[in-house]
Design a protein around this ligand. Structure first.
Ligand code: UGC
Ligand code: NI
Length: 176
C-alpha cells in the first residue's frame, strides 16, 4: 500500500498527539504589557514517575529520496516534541498501535510538516525517527529524561517496507 501524503493538521494528527503552531485557531493572549502574544499550552509534556522533561536539539541530516521506511519506534514512558528551528519542512510518519502491541501498518500515516509546525508525539505513539528534508536541520526537542527503557522499536518485514518517493512532495509543495 503506497503512502498518501497528508497536510499536518490538528484534527488529522489528534490520534497521535498535538501540532505545535502559532495559528489563528490556537488559544493565545497578550502578555508582557502587550508586547508578546502567548500561544498557550499547545501540547502536553508527558513523563513518568521520577523522570523529568528535558530540552535538546536534534541536528537531523537531510534524508535522500526515495526514503525507505523500515521501522517505527515509540516512547512508552513519555512524550516527544519536535519544533523545526531553521525554516525547512520535514516528514512525519506515525501509526496506531495494533495487534500484539505492534504498530498497525495498514493504518500508517505520512504527514508533511511545514517549517512553522512542530509535533508532539503522545507517550506510546508509534513514529519514525526524525525525517529532515532539504538540508541538515536543527529541531528543538522536548522529551523525557530519566532512567529505564523508553524506546520500543518495531522493524518491518521485507514485505512491509515502504518508500517515500520525491514526486509525492512535488504534489504537496502547494501545502506550505
Ligand atoms: N532516539 C531518539 O532520541 N530520537 C527518536 O526518538 C526520534 O523520534 O527521532
Ligand atoms: Ni522518537
Amino acid at each position: 500500500m503506497p503512502f498518501v501524503l497528508e497536510p499536518l493538521t490538528t484534527e488529522a494528527f489528534a490520534p497521535f498527539g498535538e501540532v505545535i503552531a502559532a495559528t489563528e485557531s490556537a488559544h493565545s493572549f497578550e502578555i508582557n504589557g502587550g508586547t508578546t502574544e502567548r500561544f498557550h499550552d499547545l501540547a502536553a509534556v508527558e513523563v513518568d514517575g521520577d523522570a523529568r522533561g528535558g530540552i535538546s536539539i536534534f541536528r537531523g541530516q537531510a534524508r535522500e529520496f526515495p526514503i525507505v521506511i523500515r521501522m517505527l519506534e515509540r516512547h512508552p514512558k513519555g512524550s516527544q516534541a519536535f519544533m523545526p528551528l531553521q525554516g525547512r519542512p520535514y516528514l512525519v510518519v506515525v501509526a496506531p498501535n495494533g495487534e500484539n502491541d505492534a504498530p498497525n501498518l495498514s493504518q500508517i500515516r505520512l504527514f508533511y510538516a511545514t517549517a512553522e509546525q512542530g509535533v508532539n508525539y503522545r507517550s506510546g505513539t508509534w513514529h519514525h525517527p526524525l525525517l529532515a528534508l532539504q538540508a541538515t536541520s536543527d529541531f528543538l526537542v522536548v522529551d523525557r529524561i530519566g532512567e529505564g527503557h523508553n524506546c520500543d522499536e518495531f522493524f518491518f518485514s521485507d514485505e512491509q517496507v515502504m518508500t517515500i518517493e520525491q514526486n509525492l512532495l512535488v504534489e504537496c509543495d502547494g501545502l506550505e
